[in-house]
Design a binder for this molecule. Structure first.
Ligand code: T1G
Length: 693
């Protein structure tokens, strides 16, 4: 039973009890319909609806999407609640989201506890509200505020909801209590039903302007723009026609690839840190961590740990460097203070008590986990781990923030390889959500469990990776960056490629990203790999020439682009360098279209991802997808490269790769796993399902 019915005097109480978040699955919907009918039949004077557990209804049951819809449909449930002959009161706590807020809008009166949040996050699932919010909410709070809630998907607090007119009251207490009190009050006032749908539709706004503004921000995502269309319908149709129009638009979106991509991302980010092999494995206690190196990465890692309440001991080579590191952390913290993430007291406590900056490794003797974030060089890493091995206490975990290097080799430079793990943060480490947890061949299970527990504590999306050059993310990055370089040698320009990938939904194309990260990083990596590079690999030299001229991108004001304040424009030196190299190599322009560029770029990404899966570096396709979503700006509405590949169809992708291999058999070796899946008529989603079984 998910909806419990009981009478409290004149009041009928409907208690939702569908843990963990009272999702509005079929049984809950049916329970609401039956409960409202029963209350009206047995002479109640009012109905109070509330949620048991941590929250009011947090929306429709997302697991039902894509399946045959079952009656009663949620729009009908909201209409039935609204049509009750006796007042219905929503008593809310936790997160009233999506269909949950729509049920509340179907009620006649709304009260909530001060900490309640409410929102319409459907756009984050590639959808729009589909149970009346696009028609009811504008009537209650106006078109502009309604559009903002639907297109941002951001929840609002109870105070703002009261100000806007969504809530009638805010009361402290448990939801049943405040609901009953409000119902008593309304009965005493002989308050009548008050259907929101009967409210007049406010004056129309400039919907074209609203649509353009939303389209600009959405970078190719469809649903936010459709949300504006649905709200506009309220000004052209009566309520029931508007509801039908909302449903039509909602069902259109339900069929889109974007909806599939975004729901894959929703469940993926919750699934990715759950490893079957860690069930029952207790993490080690961590109260104090050490950080070696106070540069941008080290300071970011220290900030993330401090913000999560951990004590931090940061080690630098000199007192000046330690002071500079403390300055960087203070800078990060003042940003958190400005954004209201912490208050002044916490800020001061962190800087004065929780953080220690030192130069002597002995200061690390009490640390439970130590993260090395020094220069990306194997000899330097081994020297640091050798020293750590002598000072760290027994049972301390030794972690490396290396972004490419062989963790097993680093671990072998200590007497305790089982306590060594890779914790690969992304810059800025106190902001970026992704954490690659790199598991070496000797790493102990409870050390892995501790890595994931730390990731959860820091609010990260933690993804397990095995050991290979660049782990999951950077190895795939290297491959699609190489593909981009090949496209340039064969005629494309960095600016065309950036435009194509920004059209695909990336905030920045690969060359703009390189300028942001610093061209010297790619340069150092090319130099590192040069001694072992296969002669058949095509590696252009124009990028090295840019670096030799001191152009490292944004940090030097010049890279692929020239930066003038916030403005950027193509660097006029780049194309002559590229044309000179093409002429030197006798290459002809293949005149790639935008579509061809996208096909090749994505084929390279998917093929390398399939190799990583085939080698077991990544355990599940969703692991790869979450790495690209949370660490490499892959557009969420495309779900990740492997979800995107499934939606495109693997046979066509494999055909593409085989045809590209005619030109360059070395770069385009089809991944055996991809060939196997196509041969067996399976896809990456099948592998995710098998891993979850
Ligand atoms: N449906 C099904 N399962 C859900 C769910 C939902 N709506 N929300 C959460 N879960 C599962 C989740 O997968 C996880 O499962 C567990 O609950 C705890 O979640 C018609 C179309 C509510 C803020 O988009 O934002 O209504 O991993 O780990 O961090 O217009 O969950 O334990 O197996 O996230 O405390 C709109 C989605 C739906 C809200 C809680 N609603 N949920 O966060 O816990 S569309 C949403 C959230 C809709 C109508 C439309 C968050 C949360 P497991 P959690 P949390």
């Amino acid at each position: 039973m998910t909806i419990h019915y009981e009478r409290q005097g004149d009041i009928a109480v409907l208690k939702a009890d569908n843990p963990p978040v009272n999702a509005l699955g079929q049984a809950v919907r049916q329970g609401l319909v039956d409960g409202v009918a029963r209350a009206n039949e047995d002479g109640a004077k009012a109905i109070v609806i509330y949620g048991e557990g941590r929250t009011w209804f947090a929306g429709a049951d997302i697991r039902e999407f894509g399946k045959t819809p079952l009656e009663p449909y949620l729009p009908d449930v909201c209409n039935i609640v609204e049509a009750s002959a006796i007042p219905v009161i929503a008593a809310m706590h936790g997160t009233a989201l999506g269909g949950g807020l729509e049920v509340a809008l179907g009620c006649h009166y709304r009260v909530a506890v001060p900490t309640a949040k409410m929102g319409l996050p459907e756009v984050h699932l590639g959808l729009i509200p589909g149970a009346g919010a696009t028609q009811r909410l504008p009537r209650l709070i106006g078109h502009a505020a309604a559009i903002d809630m639907m297109t941002s998907g951001r929840p609002i607090g109870a105070d703002k909801a009261l100000t806007l007119g969504i809530l009638d009251k805010i009361e402290t207490g448990d939801p049943l209590e405040i609901g009953l009190a409000y119902a008593q009050e309304l009965i005493a006032q002989n308050a009548q039903v008050r259907p929101v749908s009967a409210l007049p539709v406010p004056e129309a706004i400039d919907f074209d302007a609203a649509r353009d503004a939303v389209r600009k921000k959405s970078r190719g995502q469809i649903s936010p723009v459709v949300a504006v269309d649905a709200v506009e319908a309220a000004t052209r149709m009566d309520f029931s026609e508007g509801l039908a129009e909302e449903r039509r638009l909602f069902m259109e979106l339900m069929k889109t690839d974007q909806r599939q991509g975004m729901i894959h991302a929703f469940f993926g980010e919750r699934q990715v840190s759950k490893l079957p092999e860690l069930q029952g494995v207790a993490p080690r206690d961590v109260a104090e961590i050490g950080v070696i190196g106070g540069g941008t990465m080290g300071a970011g890692i220290a900030t993330a740990a401090l913000l999560s309440g951990l004590r931090v001991v940061l080690i630098e080579m000199t007192d000046e460097a330690a002071e500079a590191a403390k300055g960087r952390i203070a800078g990060n913290l003042s940003g958190a203070l400005k954004r209201g993430k912490i208050d002044q007291a916490k800020h001061d406590h962190i800087l004065n008590d929780a953080l220690t900056c030192a130069t002597d490794y002995v200061a690390l003797s009490n640390a439970d986990l130590i993260i090395e974030a020094v220069f990306e060089n194997m000899d330097v890493k081994k020297e640091v781990f050798g020293k750590l091995d002598t000072v760290a206490k027994a049972g301390a975990i030794l972690a490396s923030n290396t972004s490419y290097l062989n963790l097993d080799e680093i671990a072998a430079s200590t007497s305790r390889p089982a306590d060594v793990i890779g914790l690969h943060f992304f810059s800025p480490a106190h902001v970026m959500k992704l954490l690659e947890v790199v598991v070496g061949k000797e790493t102990a299970p409870d050390v892995v469990a501790t890595g994931f527990a730390l990731g959860k504590r820091l609010g990260k999306i933690s993804v397990r990776s095995g050991v290979c050059d660049g782990f999951i993310g950077n190895r795939i990055l290297n491959t699609y960056r190489s593909c981009a370089d090949h496209l340039i040698l064969d005629g494309a320009s960095p600016y065309q490629i950036d435009k194509v990938m920004e059209g695909f939904g990336f905030a920045m194309g690969p060359f703009a990203v390189s300028d942001l990260a610093g061209l010297d990083i790619g340069w150092a990596n090319r130099k590192r790999l040069a001694p072992t590079r296969d002669a058949r690999e095509r590696v252009p030299t124009y990028a090295d020439k840019l670096c030799e001229d001191g152009h490292f991108g944004q940090k030097t004001g010049r890279g692929y682009y020239v930066y003038d304040g916030r403005a950027k424009s193509p660097n006029p030196d780049v194309m002559p360098l590229i044309q000179a190299e093409r002429a030197e190599l006798g290459l002809t322009d293949k005149g790639y279209s935008d579509e061809e560029i996208l096909r090749r770029y994505m084929a390279a990404m998917v093929n390398e991802a399939a190799k990583i899966l085939g080698e077991g570096i990544a355990r599940r396709p969703l692991d790869v997808d979450m790495v690209l979503l949370f660490g490499y700006g892959f557009p969420r509405y495309n779900g990740g490269p492997l979800k995107w590949a499934d939606l495109q169809g693997l046979p066509a992708l494999l055909e593409d790769i085989k045809s590209f291999a005619q030109e360059d058999a070395y770069f385009w070796q089809p991944a055996p796993l991809l060939e196997q899946l196509v041969a067996e008529g399976r896809n990456f989603e099948d592998l995710n399902k098998e891993a979850a079984a």
